[in-house]
Design a protein around this ligand. Structure first.
Ligand SMILES: CC(C)(COP(=O)(O)OP(=O)(O)OC[C@H]1O[C@@H](n2cnc3c(N)ncnc32)[C@H](O)[C@@H]1OP(=O)(O)O)[C@@H](O)C(=O)NCCC(=O)NCCS
Length: 203
């Protein structure tokens, strides 16, 4: 496999990002994205960032995982030239349930719908794969993430004390169910319609 040119982590001018002169693209995360994503991790997650090895082991799970990278692609720029990863997210599939493993958006782009785009894409994938529910853990003080998950139908079902390591932070366990219904698909469509800009998803 040919390795595309490396993506520089966050090297685009913020003023141009998510503007009319480019597009947000969601692509499956591949092994050649791992170094960039691992480089972004400490910026995206102030505590308990994942290592490159953890991303490697996740991608090695094959069809039981779905990881997406969000790229900002300036108009007229060849597919991988200057493309930069601005977010990423991963889903685990097991039996008839799904689980959000991680989701992160670079700080300078937050609050502009990229996290919602990633979640919606993963939740649609989970539904297509036969998952009836989707779970996740979230830090009890992570208000931005909790707002996003609530909008997507997730509700609290429990608390895990000291879940995050090594920091020892507590987590809420949240779950959306059922996610394989017409009604849930309609909710995702509604949330998507309210988002700014457009997205293109590559297979
Ligand atoms: C959680 C996260 C992925 C959301 O990504 P995002 O691109 O900001 O998501 P969205 O813009 O779709 O929505 C985020 C929510 O935060 C709100 N928000 C507003 N301003 C914000 C800001 N400056 N920063 C973060 N969130 C903001 C949004 O309005 C939205 O709330 P709403 O659903 O009530 O409208 C992102 O904040 C992040 O990477 N956080 C650090 C990593 C993390 O905590 N991941 C979750 C682990 S469980």
């Amino acid at each position: 496999m040919t390795r595309p040119p490396p993506h520089a982590a966050g090297d685009l001018a913020p003023a141009g990002e998510l503007g009319p002169d480019g597009e947000l693209v969601l692509i499956p995360m591949r092994w050649w994205h791992v170094a960039t994503v691992a480089e972004l991790e400490p910026t995206v997650f102030a505590t308990d960032p994942w290592t490159a090895e953890l991303f490697w082991s996740e991608l090695a799970q094959g069809d039981q995982r779905r990881y997406l990278a969000a790229l900002w692609r300036p108009r007229g720029v060849a597919a991988h030239d200057l493309a930069a990863i601005i977010g990423y997210a991963g889903l685990a599939l097991a039996d008839d349930g799904a689980f959000i493993q991680t989701i992160g958006v670079v700080p300078r782009i937050r609050g502009r719908g990229v996290g919602a785009r990633l979640m919606i894409a993963l939740l649609r994938h989970a539904g297509r794969a036969g998952a009836r529910s989707c779970g996740l853990e979230v830090r009890t003080d992570n208000h931005a993430a909790r707002a996003l998950y609530s909008r997507l139908g997730f509700v609290d079902i429990g608390v895990r004390r000291g879940y995050y390591q090594p920091s020892g932070g507590d987590a809420y366990v949240m779950r959306a169910r059922p996610i394989d219904t017409v009604g849930y698909a309609a909710l995702l469509d509604e949330v998507e319609r309210a988002l700014p800009g457009r997205v293109r998803q590559e297979p």
